[in-house]
Design a protein around this ligand. Structure first.
Ligand code: BGC
Length: 760
């Protein structure tokens, strides 16, 4: 650290300003005179996109393993697996000369229309935070840096460079920041990438509260903040707000603006020095892992990609047709059987080392089965009845029909959103026509985010969601269809019945440059729970070829303080005939709360592997944050006394066991009473009650008599007088009696508030 301080003192103002903006699309500025090397940062997240030519932003990239995208990885709910994928990514970074991989992407899936959902983990901040942490730890454990992105509230592609996300403090902290908070505090990413958009009127790249207060001060982030590529508007304002590194470069005018700002005194040089220190610390940290232009183990990584794909695929429907049992003939229908849609469009696009087609992998796995093929649909949106007829003919004569359906590849991409959730008309027509003649029709979906299925789901016997499953996904599909792998993925995002059922439907995509997050905390299953809206497949849902029984929920204690922590356990048994893995979910339900809370919130999960007849005990730990919510008036996470249900589920809609505990909050929070507080609020506030209770009766009586209505008479004016009074501010109650009071109402209320303060 002493050397970094020395380096900074040796650097000229020009060198320091230059260091804070990239020297090219993918590299930071080197200062050869002082032995400061450049650092290479490239995409990410599910593969290494190292362009052949580092001077060109969208040049062809070197071959690298394309792992499944985040929506598939997240559906594995498997921390160890994500760690393993991340380690492989780091090895490829080292071999390809990359210091920092630009991932993981950790934004919430607010609407299924977001074009980039394939790159994001979940609609739930707890799950996303855990998975992002595993990714970061896996990569960084090998000495390669990560960039946790896109910080924050970047939940749509529509107008992503400028849209102003308007949201309340609770949704901000509990939903949109929480996954970043977990990852920053636990996994300590080397870099955090700030998003393009604005939050409540301020660009993320100039947002002092977001970057300095929350990220650096409250969460203790020690790495560097890098802009998303092109997210900077005012470089000096960015530096002041805590944006250390601007990418991409070069941008001579921006560098000059920083120099001028220091020279005119507009920018304190100490602010620039702090950014320089943070950048240098990461640049030299990266140096500790030499990047060799060697080969990585392509075969081994392909195998990891295959395993990861299989773990993330979700069996959504199975009416006794899967796994396939040596069928004599199978009709393989659908273009994506031969041209799998294994990744999405945009900056995450990987040049794969190889791609396995499901069609070939099926043939390899079942050499005795006769496979036929029909294309079924073209790459675009065109209608072609001939393709449907050909598919129907093949399906009719086979024992089983497998329909591989991928959304046209341009539909799911960075840069723009989807405009519908349905498959294409041609694909819907294809599925309906084939399933009408073939009872054993199984649909294999190939997409990055949810699709709706009401048009065709009832007619088919099976559905496998295989996501954008990466370059080795073809083999993983074959493994699952033939039972070589028992499917164990579960949805990390709800599949709705219709677009209009989704939480952000009325507010998305916004207008006039702004999008209102009107649904607040209620995204994903939190919304469907609250509104009692039926969904196609709930959050946390996924089938297996075996069954699991849940029993013996044990809480270490049923009364606890919020600081105590709680250990609990549940027994899971495989009651079926084949080995399998179950994803057990723990939700909490706060029974009574002063502020609104979602009915259920995920607070724990575990993936457990069981042989037939085997049982295992799964352990969970809860802590302060498991029970807390963010209180906008206290500006902190708080707990309250009261009862919580602990819900153990196989999905958000399939709660198998539950128990109740009583929590005692240890927080000594300042009273929130103020001159607008109602009688009810005075009585509910512990200190307010002490002060107000003794005068409550007298005050309300004198109010009712001054109004000329006794409490008993209140029915005469068609109301419950006490109900009316309880919601009246104390100040207003006194105001009605002003003429009879010895002092002004304001003075009386101020006096009572002072007494409350004195009790503290
Ligand atoms: C994307 C980032 C990406 C960067 C560099 C941006 O447009 O939003 O996710 O890392 O480009 O390619």
């Amino acid at each position: 650290m002493e050397t970094i301080a020395k380096l900074i003192s040796d650097m000229t103002l020009e060198e320091k300003a230059a260091l804070c903006t990239g020297a090219g699309p993918w590299v930071t500025t080197a200062v050869e005179r002082l032995g400061i090397p450049r650092m290479v940062l490239t995409d990410g997240p599910h593969g290494v996109r190292r362009t052949e030519d580092l001077d060109v932003i969208a040049a062809k990239s070197k071959p690298a393993t394309c792992f499944p995208t985040a929506s598939c990885l997240s559906a594995s709910w498997d921390i160890d697996l994500i760690h393993e994928v991340a380690e492989a990514l780091a090895e490829e970074c080292i071999a390809l000369g990359v210091d920092v991989i630009l991932g993981p992407s950790n934004n919430m899936k607010r609407t299924p229309l977001c074009g980039r959902n394939f790159e994001y983990f979940s609609e739930d901040p707890y799950l996303s935070g855990e998975l992002a942490s595993a990714y970061i730890q896996g990569v960084q454990g090998k000495g390669v840096g990560t960039s946790l992105k896109h910080y924050a509230v970047n939940n749509q592609e529509f107008q992503r460079f400028s849209i102003d996300a308007e949201l309340g403090e609770r949704a901000f902290h509990e939903i949109y920041l929480a996954a970043f908070e977990t990852a920053v505090k636990r996994a300590k990413p080397w870099t955090v990438m700030c998003a393009y958009n604005k939050i409540n009127g301020e660009y993320c790249s100039e947002n002092y509260d977001l970057l300095r207060n929350i990220l650096k001060k409250d969460w203790g982030f020690e790495g560097l903040v890098v802009s998303d590529w092109g997210a900077v508007h005012d470089r000096v304002a960015g530096l002041k707000a805590g944006l250390d590194l601007e990418m991409p470069g070069p941008k001579a005018r921006r560098v000059q603006a920083v120099i001028d700002a220091v020279n005119t005194g507009d920018l304190d040089e100490a602010v620039l020095d702090e950014a320089v220190r943070r950048i240098l610390e990461i640049v030299f940290k990266a140096q500790k892992t030499p990047k060799e232009a060697t080969d990585f183990d392509k075969t081994a990584h392909h195998a990891v990609a295959r395993k990861a794909a299989a773990e993330g695929m979700v069996l959504l429907k199975n009416e006794g047709v899967l796994p396939l049992k040596n069928p004599a003939s199978v009709a393989v229908i659908g273009r994506s059987a031969k041209h799998p849609h294994y990744q999405g469009g945009g900056s995450s696009h990987i040049n794969p080392t190889q791609v396995d087609s499901p069609y070939e992998e099926l043939q390899k796995l079942a050499p005795a089965t006769q496979f036929s093929y029909a294309e079924g649909y073209g790459e675009g949106l065109e209608h072609n009845l001939d393709l449907v007829s050909e598919a129907v003919a093949k399906a009719q004569t086979a024992e089983v029909a497998l329909i591989f359906v991928a959304l046209p590849s341009i539909i799911e991409s960075e840069g723009y959103d989807r405009n519908a959730l349905e498959l294409t008309e041609q694909q819907i027509n294809l599925i309906k026509s084939v399933s009408a003649v073939q009872a054993k029709t199984i649909v294999i979906l190939n997409n990055g985010s949810s699709v709706t299925m009401t048009d065709w789901l009832d007619g088919v016997a099976g559905v496998l969601e295989s996501w954008m499953m990466g370059q080795a996904g073809g083999g993983a599909i074959a493994d699952i269809l033939f039972g070589k792998v028992n499917p164990s993925g579960k949805l990390a995002e709800t599949f709705p019945e219709a677009l209009q059922d989704t939480p952000a439907f009325i507010n998305y995509p916004g207008e006039n440059g702004k999008v209102s997050y009107g649904e607040g905390l209620f995204i994903g299953y939190r919304y469907y729970d609250a509104k009692n809206v039926a969904v196609q497949f709930p959050f946390g849902f996924g089938l297996s070829y075996t069954q699991f029984a849940y029993s013996n929920l044990k809480l270490a204690s049923k009364t606890l303080k919020d600081t105590d922590g709680l250990e609990l356990s549940v027994d899971i048994s495989n009651t079926g005939k084949v080995a399998g893995k179950e994803i057990v979910q723990l939700y909490i339900h706060d029974k009574v709360s002063k502020l609104v809370r979602p009915y259920k919130e995920l607070k724990g999960f575990a993936k457990v592997s069981l042989n037939p007849g085997e049982s295992k005990t799964v352990h969970f730990k809860l802590d302060f944050r498991s029970f807390a919510f963010y209180h906008p008036s206290h500006k902190r996470w708080v707990t309250e006394d009261g009862e919580f249900d602990l819900l153990i589920g196989a999905s958000a809609s399939d709660i198998r066991l539950q128990d109740t505990l009583t929590l005692e909050s240890t927080l000594e929070l300042p009273s929130l009473l103020n001159k607008e507080s109602t009688l009810k609020e005075w009585l509910e506030d512990p200190k307010g009650k002490v002060v107000f209770d003794p005068i409550f009766k007298q005050m309300t009586e004198s109010f009712t008599s001054s109004m000329g209505v006794s409490e008993e008479d209140s029915a005469d004016i068609g109301m419950d007088m006490m109900g009316f009074l309880m919601d009246l501010p104390l100040m207003s109650l006194l105001d009605f009696q002003d003429a009879t009071l010895p002092e002004a109402p304001e003075t009386i209320v101020q006096g009572l508030l002072a007494k409350v303060q004195a009790l503290a």
